[in-house]
Design a protein around this ligand. Sequence first.
Ligand code: APR
Length: 244
Amino acid sequence: MYTKAAKIIKSSRRCVTFSGAGISVESGIPPFRGENGLWNKYDPQTFDIQYFYSHTRQSWEVIREIFYDLFGKVRPNAAHYALVELEANNMLSSVITQNVDNLHYDAGSKVVHEFHGSFKNLVCLKCRAKYKISQIDLNVLPPVCKKCGGILKPDVIFFGEAIPEPACTHSFNEAKKADCFILIGTTGTVAPANTIPSIAKSNEAKIIEINPYKSEYTSSVTDIFLEEKASIAMEKLMEEIDKL
Ligand code: APR
């Protein structure tokens, strides 16, 4: 299976990765669903945009705990670094990620489409001014805009918000052009992100899936299922690619 997947990647014209929370689990970030899932501990409505507007402080307290206390300390793992190596060797065109943890950029990936935004940035709800997290003191919640006093929100997509541009357009274009699509660590349960692998499939892309458990894609979209944790599977794949 790994040899076959390695041959597809090496011979592909345009290979694209589509990553979900599972690629960051070995960096110490729990997934949203399944064992130790964040949604088992926190109510997803905290990340609904209407709740954020009506319960801003309560929402921010959970956001700070998950994104800034936890995410702030984690580092990329071998799976992130393997993707950087594939990109450097011209075997990967881009990463489309549903994750907001910035770990693909931290590892050194150059072309990353952050379909749900990034916790590293904040945006003012009033004047749309943007800030880096390093500019903001989260000891005072909710943080406010230095320009207009408006409430700041992490620049990540809450349930009920539109997917950001240009990430949205770039991601769907990649799905249409790719002839090899590597799915890593995603249940495939959240739209519209979850339509991207099916678009790639409908355009004849070969779908390689890495996940220790089956997902919504495994029986319908996936061509090669590597039933393994991301870092182990990616290291095995890189070894096989090096042999070709
Ligand atoms: N390596 C690879 N995959 C793993 C690992 C691992 N070590 N551990 C768990 N997984 C898999 C799980 O089997 C599961 O399929 O990662 C997946 C995590 O699924 P979700 O938590 O649903 O994450 P994701 O698919 O990215 O969620 C999509 O939902 O809540 C929203 O906006 C949020 O971007 C997120 C979206």
